[in-house]
Write a protein that binds this ligand. Structure first.
Ligand code: IPD
Ligand code: CA
Ligand code: CA
Length: 255
């Protein structure tokens, strides 16, 4: 049953991604949400409506937590099949760079991280897996990244955390091989999954973290909250996704 759901969700994501790419010519409207740097476009909304509608067909009885509000109104527990949807991640990059953005979906079953999907939109590369099946880029199975320590790792940290030196993260950046900021959780998660980054640290909402967590844990990577005991699936987390060694080095430096 999960196999069939998985195939249909992969098809859905590829279709939604094609529709998204057709709008790279600027044929959409942009509005601000909480601030001038927090944008939403008509494509975020169209994608979410389409994804949520199709998920209810593919996985009847599921519940949906999705960023732009087309999911279930009230979702305060994780019983059964819960899909967590980011219909366009890196909306600022989509609008300003026409590149470096993605689409993310995850299935949690009774709270257990089960299936994850991250679409690297412009490269049309779908990272997917979980449930003990492994992690794949398209049809190609990924091998777990090398277990590099912090000194030997490029790290991505979201810009606001570095600018405000939250949790001593400026020191983490100094002790890494180098600091990178991509502005899309999807792209940064892919960086860690593929071994291009040794760590990614950000303050993430449920739809920014859900898919990356499934895939990172499937590869044996560390996924930990920096400011709390555990990860809460339904709220925001200051979170670290890293190789085991880089993760340990970072947790020793953060306060
Ligand atoms: C944002 C991006 C960004 C991260 C923000 C997210 P959105 O997602 O992933 O990199 O730092 O926290 O909200 O709003 O473009 O889907
Ligand atoms: Ca996002
Ligand atoms: Ca989004």
């Amino acid at each position: 049953m999960l196999e069939e759901i998985d195939l249909q969700v992969q098809r859905l994501l590829r279709r939604v991604n094609q529709q998204t790419l057709r709008h790279l010519d600027g044929s959409y409207q942009v509005a601000t949400k909480s601030s001038y740097s927090d944008l939403v476009t008509t494509i975020d909304r169209q994608n979410e409506q389409e994804i949520d509608h199709q998920l209810r067909v593919i996985d009847p009885g599921c519940r949906i937590l999705s960023e732009e509000g087309y999911g279930d109104r009230q979702l305060d527990d994780l019983a059964g099949h819960v899909w967590i949807v980011d219909p366009l991640d890196g909306t600022l990059n989509f609008v300003k760079q026409h590149d470096h953005f993605g689409i993310m979906l995850a299935l949690y079953v009774d709270g257990h991280p089960t299936l994850g999907y991250i679409m690297d939109a412009v490269n049309q590369a779908l990272y997917h897996g979980g449930n003990g099946w492994g992690v794949f880029k398209g049809d190609h199975r990924l091998t777990p990244p090398a277990n590099t320590d912090l000194h030997d790792s490029l790290v991505a940290i979201s810009s606001s955390l570095v600018l405000d030196d939250v949790a001593n993260l400026t020191q983490v950046a100094r002790q890494a091989s180098g600091l990178r900021m991509y502005g899309s959780a999807a792209m940064e998660m892919i960086g860690v999954l593929s071994g291009e980054l040794g760590a990614y640290i950000s303050h993430l909402r449920p739809w920014d973290l859900a898919a990356g967590r499934v895939l990172a844990e499937e590869l044996g990577l560390t996924v930990k909250s920096i400011d709390a005991d555990g990860i809460s699936v339904l709220s925001s987390n200051l979170v670290l996704v890293a190789t085991k060694r880089a993760g340990q080095d970072i947790l020793e430096l953060t306060d």
